[in-house]
Each structure stands twice: as C-alpha cells, then as structure tokens.
Design a protein. Structure first.
Length: 315
C-alpha cells in the first residue's frame, strides 16, 4: 500500500489577502475592510491543502525559508492535514509570498515577492515523492534547479511505478515551454488554463492547442476557463464541463482547487467527466470564501454541492 494518495511537487507560497478593496487609501490614511487572511498557496501547496480537505492522504514537496512567513506557512499546512515531511528549508532565503487585494467583484490584483520556492531541488531515487497513487507537478518553468532533466527523471520514475500524473502552470514565461518539453510525455492529465495553453502552443483555438500537447505525449488535456467551465480533450470533439453558479467572493486558488478536486474524484473511482464535474464543484466552493483554502470542507459536502448547485450555461 502506498503511503499517500496525493503528492504535490512545486511552488509553495504564503498568500496574504484582504477584502473588499476597490482602491488604495490616500497617503497616510487608514480604511477598514471586512477580512484579512493568510493562507498556503501556489500551484503545489494550493492543491495539497484542498486535497487533504477532500480526504486524500496528502504530502507537499516544496521549499520555504526559515523565517516568520515560513513558520506560518508550515503551521497552516499541518493544521490542514498536509504532510510536510518532505518540505525543504532553504537557508539564507525568504519564503515566497504574495499580497492580494480582492475587489468587491472577486478580482485579485497581486504583488508577489519570489523566494525559497524557486530553489526546490529533487534528486533520484525520489523516495519521498513516489509512495503515492497520484503525483501533481505545479509550476513548471519557474524552478531552475528542478525544471528540465530532474523533473523528467521524476515523472519517468512515476510512470514506471504506475502513478497517475497531473500538471498545472503559473502564467507562461519564456522558460515554461522548454521546461514542459521534458515532462509532457509523462503527464497523464495536463491542466492549465485555456488561455495559457493557447499562448504556449502558439495556436489559435483550444482544440488546436490541445492537439499540440497531445502530439507531444500528454494523455489528456483539461483546460480551465473560469466561469465558462472547463474542457476535457482526449480525441475528437472537446467535452465541455460547466462551472457552477455561486456567489463569488474571491477567485484565488480556484484553478489549483480544480486540480485537487479532479484527483479526489479519480481517487474515488469517478469516470473522467464526473471527476471534472467534481473538480468544478470544488473550485466553485473555494470561490465563495477568501483565500485558496476557503469553501471546500470535505469530499461528502462537495459531492452534495455538485448534485445541488446550479450549472452555468455557456453560450
């Protein structure tokens, strides 16, 4: 029996969020807002927190610093049930952190200070990573010591053990596609936002972008489109998965929570379309609160919400 259901590898960030913020106060002035929170976030830590809430035995493999923010981040992960035994401490660094000003309509302009998360290193035999059913790679193209051959070695070893692999991105950069080329043949489910996939592939449509990645070895593409839902593309016509209609507070972490919800569905034996619907329900619930750990409470509560929430229609 594997030790974990879900291991997330990659970006690990501390978010500080406030809402509602429609403008900055005048110099020297103070304005009261409803809520300020700090949460674990990033394309690895975000899915790890939600996966643990959905009942998966979860480990995070990321990097933080030995500073106050790192201690807050580690404590938050532990409180949410995430195993931090493989969390790396980077000396003479700072923990990666983001400040987000959440507007009344849920938009989230952000200020980010890079740090220890970019210094993640992993070397064979990857024992701390591969005792799992599902492996999620988050933040390809942003980790100079892990992107390229090291990440390919990890994904190749996962394939050899029959581990199901998923992958998500941050905003595409010049380093993203070259780093992806190393791992695409070993990714079962490639799960970026649709606009990210189009930008990276240089194609004009989601169908052509999906074919670009399928031709490079990806098992299936699942492209997220926010309130428009998501697209599951393996072969033939895309299958559209609707989003759910909720009262949105903050969209931070919705893409990460979609990834976690998808894996939670697969882990419970769902077919692909149903796993995508469960992922949509997970993301919808997360959007109803402040921060990437909001909204989702348990697998059972999310399943009930999936059955009862109104699906959005797509023109």
């Amino acid at each position: 029996m594997t030790e974990f259901d879900f291991v997330a590898v990659g970006l690990t960030i501390l978010d500080t969020l406030g809402r509602p913020i429609s403008r900055l106060p005048d110099p020297g002035a103070v304005e009261l807002i409803e809520e300020i929170r700090m949460t674990a976030a990033g394309t690895a830590a975000g899915p790890a927190v939600i996966a643990a809430k959905l009942g998966l035995r979860t480990r995070l493999v990321g990097a933080i610093a030995q500073d106050a923010m790192g201690r807050v981040l580690r404590d938050a992960l532990v409180a949410d049930g995430v195993d931090v035994g493989a969390l790396q401490i980077v000396e003479q660094s700072r923990t990666s952190a983001t400040i987000l000003a959440i507007s009344p309509n849920g938009d989230r302009p952000a200020l980010h200070a890079p740090g220890a998360s970019l210094a993640l290193r992993l070397d064979p035999p990857f024992d701390a990573v591969l005792s799992t059913r599902f492996l999620h790679l988050g933040g390809v193209g942003t980790m100079p010591f892990f992107d390229g051959p090291p990440s390919r070695q990890l994904l190749e070893a996962a394939r050899g053990r029959g581990i199901v692999t998923t992958c998500d991105l941050v905003s595409p950069m010049p380093t993203t596609l070259p780093a992806l080329e190393h791992v695409l043949p070993f990714i079962d489910y490639f799960m970026p936002a649709a606009d990210e996939a189009i930008a990276l592939s240089g194609r004009d449509t989601v169908e052509d972008a999906a074919q670009f990645f399928l031709d490079r070895g990806v098992g299936a593409c699942i492209f997220k489109q926010g309130a428009a839902g998501s697209l599951l593309i393996q072969s033939g016509d895309p299958i559209r998965i609707p989003a759910f209609r909720v009262e949105t507070v903050d969209t931070t972490g919705c893409g990460d929570s979609y990834c976690a919800g998808f894996v939670a569905g697969l882990a419970r034996g769902f077919e692909l379309e149903d796993a995508c619907r469960f992922a949509s329900a997970t993301a919808a619930l997360v959007s109803t609160g402040l921060g990437s750990d909001a909204g989702a409470e348990s697998f059972e509560a999310t399943l009930e919400a999936m059955k009862t929430m109104e699906a959005r229609t797509h023109a």
